[in-house]
Design a protein around this ligand. Sequence first.
Ligand code: PNS
Length: 166
Amino acid sequence: MTTVLYPGSFDPIHLGHLDVIEQSMELFGDVVVAAMHNPSKPSGMFTLDERLAMIEESVEPLRSRPGSVRVVAFPGLAVDAARSAGVDFIVKGLRTGGDFEVEQQMAHTNYAAAGVRTVYLPCKPSLVFISSRFIREIAKYGGDVTAMVPAAVVPQLISAVQRDQG
Ligand code: PNS
């Protein structure tokens, strides 16, 4: 069985992320989802622990499927998360050409720095428009994001908005 690391901000996890996790379980078997810090996205909504808890709840229905999924929070580099989890390589989802530009640079950097390879998975076409940034934005203005996130995320978004506005 192959073990892969799926790192991301997951601020919050959405249905596009869940699709990449499902694809990874099907294709590779063993998936470690790592909630990480993205230094270029400092204005997030949830703490690392909160993101971890939402991912845990969201992947619960996948645990009855073949393969396995583990969830970790890792505050450092993706390559160190990969080493510490003992994975074979990193997986990333691609929605658009814009994602490719960003991911390609990270993949080359991670390989040059630590010899860790990255495999891209195309996101399901019906989900390619979803982004955590817009989910946070819609939630802040009281909009409905239930079509974009796992059910466990909806109450957490409402609480986070109330906390930020209170
Ligand atoms: O979901 P995101 O924000 O696109 O994920 C980006 C993430 C968190 C995977 C990336 O920022 C990352 O790897 N952060 C950890 C720090 C790191 O390894 N930086 C070097 C990148 S080449």
